[in-house]
Design a protein around this ligand. Structure first.
Ligand code: MUC
Ligand code: MG
Length: 369
């Protein structure tokens, strides 16, 4: 089988409410959809999502990298040789992990469809049928966050919540997270994500307060390059410290694992450069006793299927996942059997990623040149 053509299409999708992150407030969300055609008529889908300011990549740059560099290198290749495709892409250009992840996703989709199995079967098969779901409270106001969390609890969709604390005054942020936890009580677990905002001294103060206030995890408190601070904070506090931005490559995973610079790790398929590399990162972390969380880059339905299927193959995912992109996006360009029920996400089990494009929606949401 050979790859005949690759298209990368930017779509701009509406979201249910503004999403306030440390780095930006999202009022809409853009995805890059990959369509990979083969000589046997099997189409593979991939998807790339970028959270503004989170990483080095941007959606328009990713499209240029795919169109100009990666797609020409993959055309004529056998999409079922997935590791080979990853190595080839690494020879063509350094970094650009999100673009590589989207193209690998399409290769995985084709291979699994050709075999008639879900994508998870290519990564060892499912060890878990349901992934516990976390919801990010990103209104920036206690009353709105509490009301939203109560609604999720009533709907039985989420009982794990995360408050973003990386933007603005640290005392106000810490007080807001603790107030949310106090309002929700024992029915809900509340975590925080500082998205690298604090220096080590500030982080030490904040973690002490958060621990006393019943918060269960602190994600990426300091700058991603400050491995030594992450290591000291991890050693000092019993409150688990989770790495996110700091662990991108398998080499980062090895550095964090060998110095035990975190208790937990947020895995992200796009951040690590695809499903294969994410599984490799997960094994390195697990070998060091670092526990795993299924992170998101706010993927749509295609990307969420890929992430959910990969996370469903992990030996253990004690922190659950935050694959809530399809719940935040109020529309999408693909149909996928993603079921959110009983505080969990049930990964799709149709062949491949189980995604089918809605061509009318694709035409409607497609960004004009
Ligand atoms: C992050 O740092 O985890 C993912 C979802 C969300 O709301 O923010 C992120 C980025
Ligand atoms: Mg994070």
């Amino acid at each position: 089988m050979k790859i005949e053509s690759i298209q990368a299409i930017i779509v701009d999708l509406p979201i249910a409410r503004p999403h306030k992150l440390a780095m930006a407030t999202l009022n809409r969300h853009s995805l890059l959809v990959v369509r990979m055609e083969t000589d046997l008529g099997i189409e593979g889908l991939g998807e790339l999502s970028v959270i503004p300011h989170y990483s080095e990549e941007s959606i328009t740059a990713a499209k240029a990298v795919i169109d100009d560099v990666l797609a020409p290198g993959l055309i004529g290749q056998d999409p079922r040789r997935i590791e080979n495709a990853l190595l080839k892409m690494d020879r063509l250009i350094k970094g650009n992990y999100y673009s590589k992840a989207a193209l690998e996703m399409a290769c995985v989709d084709i291979t699994a469809k050709a075999l008639g199995v879900p994508a998870s079967a290519l990564f060892g098969g499912r060890t878990q049928e349901r992934l516990q779901m976390l919801w990010v409270l990103a209104n920036g106001q206690v009353d709105l966050d509490v009301a939203e969390a109560l609604q999720k609890l009533n709907q039985r969709t989420h009982r794990l919540f995360l408050v973003k604390v990386g933007s603005g005054d640290v005392r106000e942020n810490v007080a807001r997270a603790i107030a949310v936890k106090a309002a929700l009580g024992e029915d809900a677990a509340v975590r925080v994500d500082a998205n690298q905002a604090w220096d080590e001294a500030t982080a030490g103060w904040a973690i002490g307060e958060l621990q006393a206030g019943g918060i269960e995890v602190v994600e990426q408190p300091v700058h991603r390059a400050n491995v030594a601070a992450m290591q000291r904070l991890t050693a000092t506090y019993t409150l688990p410290i989770m790495a996110d931005e700091a662990v991108v490559t398998i080499e980062d995973a090895l550095a964090f694992s060998s110095s035990h610079a975190c208790d937990a790790l947020s895995l992200k398929v796009s951040k690590h450069g695809g499903m294969t590399r994410t599984k490799e990162v997960s094994h390195i972390a697990s070998a060091a006793g670092i526990t795993l969380f299924g992170g998101t880059m706010l993927e749509g339905r295609i990307g969420t299927s890929a992430c959910a299927q990969l996370f469903s193959t992990l030996p253990s995912l004690p922190w659950g996942c935050q694959l809530f992109g399809p719940q935040l996006l109020s529309d999408d360009v693909a149909r996928v059997d993603l079921r959110y029920e009983d505080y969990a996400l049930v990964p799709p089990s149709d062949p491949g990623l189980g995604a089918e494009l809605d061509l009318e929606k694709l035409a409607f949401y497609r960004r004009s040149a």
